[in-house]
Ligand binder design. Sequence first.
Ligand SMILES: Nc1ncnc2c1ncn2[C@@H]1O[C@H](COP(=O)(O)OP(=O)(O)O)[C@@H](O)[C@H]1O
Ligand SMILES: Nc1ccn([C@H]2C[C@H](O)[C@@H](COP(=O)(O)OP(=O)(O)O)O2)c(=O)n1
Length: 241
Amino acid sequence: MGDPPVALPPVSKPWDHYVVAIDGPSGSGKSSTSRGVAVRLGLRYLDTGAMYRAMTWWMLRHDVDVHDPNAVAARVEEPEILSGTDPLGPTILVDGIDVGLAIRSDEVNAAVSPVAAVPSVRSRLLEIQRDVIGEGGIVVEGRDIGSVVAPEAEVKVYLTADPAARARRRALEEGGADVEATRESLLARDAIDSGRATSPLVMAEGAVHVDGTAHTLDEVVGLVVQLVEAAAGLRAGERVQ
Ligand SMILES: Nc1ncnc2c1ncn2[C@@H]1O[C@H](COP(=O)(O)OP(=O)(O)O)[C@@H](O)[C@H]1O
Ligand SMILES: Nc1ccn([C@H]2C[C@H](O)[C@@H](COP(=O)(O)OP(=O)(O)O)O2)c(=O)n1
């Protein structure tokens, strides 16, 4: 008979309450990088793009004219949007319906940027995002995380990749979609996301620009993990126990 098992207290890490903000254009690798970083560091994960997509899905389903900002604004308080933050299985529910797949449709792709440009959509989702972030311990990805949602984030990354690489990766992910059409859809969204008046896509003050074009996903995840460790004052290769 050995000693009875002892419940060890959870090991605390310097980044347990950090916010890691990852912003960048469509298809630059934000979701995959953020999830990888969150898994490696034991953090939660929030995909704010999925929330804008969920809002858009709801508007389309309720026959709201998504190109009329007043029509969108009139219904903005209605959907209940709930994000699950496990990086190994993030979820998104709208009024209790799992819309994880539905929010990736061409219809939502085409409508999400105009919906995301409506100021009251942004303020409603900002409130939910800040609620989820709470005391931190989370990797959050989107377009305005380092600039607006969490300007106090301990680590801010502006992740980019060449449009050609982004289109190729996204088309592959969508099961061999047309690369040129995918590129046009990405660039059209980039133009609206960067040009809107409220919280446009910008590189936040204090952000580190990471260009992932010539790097594997593992390399980009490793780089961001190093930035977090550096923010915690650890030297490369040093480990916390
Ligand atoms: N550094 C990388 N090298 C190769 N493919 C990548 C890299 N980063 C992401 N990808 C792939 O590119 C596609 C788009 O990435 P994703 O994380 O969804 O981007 P975003 O969230 O910025 O739209 C995914 O299929 C992903 O696996
Ligand atoms: N913080 C955010 C996140 C996304 N958005 C908008 C702009 C984007 O075109 C849509 C969809 O974002 P999403 O990150 O899912 O897009 P991609 O996966 O990069 O193609 O939402 C935003 O305005 N602010």
